[in-house]
Design a protein around this ligand. Structure first.
Ligand code: FE2
Length: 408
């Protein structure tokens, strides 16, 4: 396959890309040959989109059994806890696959999904382990054992986490800010890190997703990651409390975060929606210090978190929407910041997920998307669509550019 006339990752120069045997074979100013030719017509060629944080067990359940009218995280957890009682394997699989297909149609080829394991039957886990295999042709799915209702604060929480790890999840999760008390929070972090190290798993913790400036589990997670030498394999998701910390504390904390080498995931759509719900005015923005983390050389990616569930009634499986909210919310609206913002849902996310062989480079797996704009700034301005998604050297998605008839 030859892809002609594309701007690779915002490169102003048009180039061609040749794919052979499912890998990028050659990148040059002009490549001619036989076989399938895709004319990019001046569009943007990017590595595939990655959603580094989503919940595919709760996806597409908005309004079941009730709508989250307050818009708080805690009401979301309460409503999901009710919905969880009626889960069946078939129900989870159908909804998860529908969302994955939606995401794939928008150029997402890698997904990290948390799966709630605070369920004595582990129904969602069983379902998503099967889904992970069944969707391999369209997406690489990582699963995180996520204790939605706590590890120490939920009956047999430790056993459920251990079982999930033994059943084959890719990463160990946590929710220290939701544990009954700060001591449980810290002990849950120590437990999950021990578990991950023992079974050689990645770590992704819902860490301090709360507007309480006194919630300080992040420093414990970073310390554990640093002392165990596991930083690159550890992710702190949300960390919205960090937006409420005082600057003197953050200055001291930043040193540890850099030393630890951990990754961060912010979820701009959901953070903006759930954050600041207990404030009158001034009202917190609800999102972690993305700009400052990036400025300190710390890896940050964006996730969508929720697609039409108790935590977000909207959510469309489209990472361009996520970036658009993120650049507004995080004050990343300088021109170069906008042009580079695709990295938050591609390259940076690939580091978070520890994806190997990722990126448009000769020799790598031929996974990429063609977006209908010449650069990513234009993609944001025009809500550009994914015209092609190419996976393992084959066309997974093809979409014609929107054709609008104007009668003036
Ligand atoms: Fe989440």
């Amino acid at each position: 396959m030859i892809i002609k006339n594309v701007h690779i990752e915002n490169n102003p120069k048009l180039q061609d890309v040749e794919i052979r045997d499912g890998r990028f074979y050659r990148i040059a100013d002009e490549i001619n040959g036989t076989g399938q030719v895709i004319d990019g017509k001046g569009s943007l060629l990017l590595p595939p989109f990655i959603d580094s944080h989503v919940h595919l067990d709760s996806t597409l359940t908005a309004g079941e059994p009730e709508w989250n009218e307050t818009g708080t995280l805690f009401d979301g957890i309460r409503i999901w806890s009710e919905r969880k009682k009626s889960l069946t394997k078939d129900d989870v699989k159908k909804r998860a696959k529908k969302s994955i297909e939606l995401m794939a149609s928008n150029g997402i080829q890698y997904i990290r999904s948390h799966v709630d394991v605070t369920d004595p039957k582990l129904t969602a886990l069983e379902a998503l382990l099967e889904v992970r295999e069944e969707v391999k042709d369209i997406a690489d799915l990582q699963l995180v054992a996520f204790p939605q209702e706590g590890i120490l604060s939920f009956p047999h929480g430790k056993d459920l986490m251990t079982t999930a790890v033994k059943e084959g999840v890719d990463a160990v999760g946590g929710i220290p800010h939701f544990e009954f008390n700060a001591d449980y929070g810290r002990r849950s972090v120590a437990f999950l890190m021990e578990l991950a190290e023992k079974y050689d798993k990645l770590v992704d913790v819902h860490c301090d997703e709360i507007d309480d400036p006194n919630t300080r589990n992040l420093e414990y997670l970073a310390t554990e990651a640093y002392e165990r030498g596991m930083g690159a394999r550890v992710t702190a998701s949300h960390t919205t409390a960090m937006a409420q910390y005082n600057d003197a504390y953050v200055c001291k904390l930043m040193r540890l975060l850099k030393m630890s080498g951990i990754n961060f995931v912010a979820n701009p759509l959901v953070n903006m929606h759930l954050g600041g719900r207990f404030d009158t005015y001034p009202k917190g923005r609800g999102i972690t210090r993305v700009k400052e983390l990036l400025a300190n050389g710390i890896n940050v990616s964006f996730g969508e978190d929720d697609i039409q569930d108790p935590w977000n009634p909207l959510g469309t499986g489209n990472m361009i929407d996520v970036v658009k909210m993120g650049v507004y919310a995080c004050h990343l609206m300088g021109h170069q910041q906008l042009v580079d913002s695709y990295k938050l849902v591609t390259t940076n996310a690939s580091r978070t997920l520890n994806v190997k062989d990722y990126g448009i480079k000769e020799g790598n797996e031929a996974n990429c998307v063609i977006v209908g704009s010449s650069d990513f700034y234009g993609a944001l301005v025009g809500d550009a669509t994914v015209l092609y998604s190419i996976r393992h050297g084959k066309v997974l998605v093809k979409r014609n550019a929107p054709d609008v008839e104007k009668n003036w």
